[in-house]
Every structure is written in C-alpha cells, then in structure tokens.
Write a protein that binds this ligand. Structure first.
Ligand code: FAD
Length: 278
C-alpha cells in the first residue's frame, strides 16, 4: 500500500489517577504533531479503568484529534455498556476498539465472558454504522486458542459481525504477520490488519508482558537484551534498531499502516517515527 493510504495510530494505556490523566494529555500534545490517523485508549481488565479511559478519550476528543476508546463487556451488564457507547457517540467519537478484554485475575472462568464478536454485534445493533469498529488480531495466535484454525475462525466471526479493521498483538517476527495475512485472505477476510508495534525499552517488563499475552521474543533478541540489562542506553539503542527494521519490513511488505503501543511515553515512538522517515 502506498504512503498516503497508510494509517498510523498511537495507543495510550488507560490512566488510573489524575496524575496519569495529565501524563496522557502531555504525551498526546507531543505526538499529535505527527498527525496520526487516530489515538486510542485502553480499557482496564474487566472495566477497571472505566472512568480513566472515558476521561482520557473525552480530553483527546476535545482537542479535535480522532480517538478510539477500547471497550469490553468486562463485568458489566448490557445497559451499562450501552450507556457508555451512547456517551461516546454523543460526544462525537466515531471509532472504537471492541474486545473481549483481559480477564482480571481472580475472576477465572466463573464469569459470564462475552467474546469480542458479541460486542461487535452489540455495537452494530445499538448504533448501526456510526462507529468504525477495530478488533484485535493475533499473528502468533491468541494464548488461549486451541488451534490456529479455530483462532482464525473466531477472528473471521468478528469481521462477519461488522468489524471494519484490526490491530494486531505485537510481535517481532514479521513472517508471522505475513503468514497471518495470507491465512486471512484464504478465508475471505479482507479488512485492513494493522501491525501493533511495541517499542523495546526494557528487558524484564517486556519478558513478563510477552509471556502473558503470547508474544514471542526471538531468542537472538532476548539474548542481546539480556546482555544489555545493566546498560539501559545500549539496550534502548539495540531495541530501537530492531523495531525500526521490523517496521520497515512490514511497511515494505505492504502493511496498511502501524499502530504504536506508546505505554504513555512519547520518546520511543518519536524516535521510531524519525528513523522511518514518516
Ligand atoms: P476474542 O476475539 O473474543 O478471543 C478471545 C479468545 O477466545 C481467543 O482465544 C479466541 O480464539 C477465542 N474465542 C473467540 N470467540 C470464541 C467463541 N465464540 N467461542 C470460543 N472461543 C472463542 N485487553 C484489555 O483488557 N483492555 C484493552 O484495552 C486491550 N486492548 C487491546 C488492544 C489490542 C490491539 C490487542 C491485540 C489486545 C488488547 N487487549 C486488551 C488484550 C485482549 O483483551 C486479550 O488478548 C484478550 O485475551 C482477548 O481479547 P479479544 O478481543 O481478542 O478476544
């Protein structure tokens, strides 16, 4: 896909207190200069950051930037989620990221879990075509999936329910992404699937997070990061080089854009942006 048709977006982690809300505002101020297609704000597992997410979304929306709240049923009933969706619609928000969401620890399988396709259907039923709906995709397969085939079928269900585009879990192996695109095309799924990009700025946090979400850190990357564990400057420089090369390969291979997980920091994303000459 050629330059102007590609889309770039930046994700913020849901702020949990007033200080974090201010932090999101200040990082947004720096990143908005890059003129991304949209920003998004995550939703804490089980709806635990409902207020913080909403506040950050409405703050960003007021500045004129396009913004997408992440949303899941979490532990809430339909009436509560419908109200939240209508509040967003009435504020002029036009895009949402519809998810099953992470299951908060302790809730286990006893909770009545709504899969993301059910939320997509719900949003379409309540608000028609108002929202552009993004869903999650997993080139390295969702950790709870029983098989690659089942995972792809469930992804297709979300698209059939009305999703317009998808953002992937992060990965460091571009072949997994390109293979995923081929598999989707073979199933007749043709929505844009935008790679999620996780900058590498520390080792332990990345290992922990990757383990939980099923993202693989290739051995050669992991070994380098381990060596640099007590040398944060070298670690960041190495991480920046690896992720810049990854982004370049994805764009050269036809990715429809990039979605950066900012973790509420501007610098790593700004540096990748500059390196890529975007
Ligand atoms: P689903 O698509 O519903 O899939 C969940 C699992 O169930 C998969 O294994 C799938 O194969 C399987 N499955 C799907 N449908 C069915 C069915 N009908 N029957 C049986 N099995 C089924 N988490 C948060 O809590 N907050 C966020 O803001 C957030 N943002 C994210 C943004 C992106 C771009 C991505 C990639 C992930 C995000 N996550 C977030 C993490 C996500 O919520 C977790 O990965 C979660 O475990 C799955 O969510 P999902 O929407 O992909 O679920």
């Amino acid at each position: 896909m050629s330059g102007p048709d590609r889309r770039f977006s930046f994700e913020f982690s849901a702020p949990k207190n007033a200080e974090a809300i201010e932090k999101v505002k200040s990082v947004h101020k720096k990143l908005v200069k890059l003129n991304p297609h949209f920003f998004s704000v995550t939703y804490g597992a089980g709806g635990s950051t409902k207020e913080g997410t909403k506040q950050a979304v409405l703050d960003i929306n007021k500045t004129g930037s396009e913004v997408a709240p992440h949303l899941s049923f979490g532990g809430d009933d339909e009436a509560k989620i419908e109200q939240l969706i209508l509040d967003y619609r009435n504020a002029g928000v036009k895009r949402v990221v519809a998810l099953r969401g992470d299951i908060p620890s302790g809730m286990g399988s006893s909770t009545n879990i709504a899969y993301a396709n059910q939320l997509v259907e719900f949003i379409r039923r309540k608000t028609g075509d108002h929202f552009h709906i993004e869903v999650a995709a997993y080139p390295e397969i969702h950790p709870e999936s029983t098989s690659v085939k089942a995972d792809l079928q469930y992804f297709k269900q979300k698209v059939d329910a009305g999703a317009n585009s998808a953002i992937t879990q992060y990965f460091y192996n571009p072949d997994a992404y390109f293979r995923y695109l081929d598999d989707c095309t073979a199933l007749g799924v043709n929505i844009p699937i935008v790679p999620g990009i996780m900058p590498i700025t520390n080792f332990r946090g990345l290992v922990r997070f990757s383990h939980n979400c099923g993202a693989e850190i290739p051995r050669w990357i992991s070994k380098h990061l381990q060596d640099y564990e007590n040398d944060p400057q070298s670690l960041k420089a190495f991480g920046e080089e690896v992720v810049t090369n990854l982004c370049q390969r994805l764009l050269d291979g036809g990715a429809p854009g990039l979605h950066f997980y900012t973790l509420n920091q501007s610098l790593p994303t700004l540096r990748l942006w500059r390196n890529l000459g975007l």
